[in-house]
Design a protein around this ligand. Structure first.
Ligand code: PD2
Ligand code: ZN
Length: 277
């Protein structure tokens, strides 16, 4: 059977059934009842469980990742998305045409009325505060808050093989000239007391997608100082990076360089280990 047919939701469901102690025959019967051919269902179950055992044995977290594809485009839910650049370490992928120009504009219009000065997480308490390290304005949508967010979330879930319910709501940020986001990691430092409460809700962040909603006239690249990589903000494009451990060795230190001319608008989607309620 083809790998593509095992959706992230099905993968998650099969693992949950097995880990809840349901016998393989029960899982198979449920899959047959929802229309799966017996042989295809059996190979899907085997594929998922072999991968799961390997993951548990190695102690590695699974992270969002592109489905295997030799080409420069992938079909993601409702759209062909271009793969412009791929890097292994750090794991960084730059996408083209993740969003249409109309979607970029519509997301900025929906976000505009709720924009307020961005805050950063206070590691010691798990709360948040206004901080010079982040001089943008921003807002959060709740997951699935409107049709457009739901569509983009389904697209990212399909693109990166990651369940839609493991995603945080989309955040929109707006930078004016001089505004920046100093280099940081997106995971929560497990050693910080404030992280405990944050991690109860969906576990660690394991991946980030920064979508560019406009093209600033100058400045505003997303920079990865430990990898020597700068990704320029271009409307409709996006940068994805994954981090299987919450550690600087992932080389995912990144920042938003100061915008020099014009504005920069981005939408960020963070992906968690588990369901984010
Ligand atoms: O706007 C960016 O380029 C940027 C850079 C670093 C956004 C984020 N981090 C983020 O939203 O986490
Ligand atoms: Zn970040």
């Amino acid at each position: 059977m083809s790998e593509q047919l095992i959706t992230p939701e099905l993968r998650k469901w099969i693992i949950e059934q097995a880990e809840a102690g349901h016998a393989a025959e029960v899982v198979l019967a449920a899959m047959r009842a929802s229309g799966w051919d017996e042989d295809v269902a059996l190979s899907a179950m085997e594929e998922v469980m072999v991968a799961r055992v390997a993951q548990v044995q190695t102690g590695l977290k699974s992270v969002p990742e592109l489905a295997a594809s030799g080409g420069s485009e992938v079909w993601a839910h409702d759209r062909h998305v271009k793969i412009l650049v791929q890097m292994k370490n750090p794991r960084v992928v730059v996408f083209g045409d993740l969003l249409s120009q109309q979607e970029c504009q519509a997301l900025m219009d929906l976000a505009q009325p709720r924009m307020a000065r961005s805050q950063t997480v206070v590691n010691a308490t798990g709360g948040s505060e206004v901080n010079d390290a982040r001089t943008s304005q921003g807002m959060f949508f709740v997951r699935g808050e409107n049709e457009l967010c739901g569509k983009i979330e389904a697209r990212i879930a399909a693109l990166l093989n990651w369940p839609i319910e493991n995603g945080e709501g989309i955040q929109v940020l707006r930078y004016t000239p001089g505004a920046e986001y100093k280099p940081h990691f997106d995971y929560f430092d497990p050693a910080q007391p404030g992280s405990t409460a944050i991690l109860k809700r969906g576990g660690q962040r394991v991946g980030t997608v920064v979508m560019y909603l406009n093209t600033p006239e100058s400045g505003g690249a997303t920079i990865f100082p430990d990898a020597g990589v700068d990704v320029h903000a271009v409307a409709g494009q996006a940068v994805f990076f994954a981090y299987g451990v919450p550690h600087p060795s992932t080389k995912t230190l990144h920042g938003g360089a100061p915008v020099k001319e014009g504005e920069k608008w981005v939408a960020t989607k963070w992906l968690r280990e588990r369901t984010f309620e």
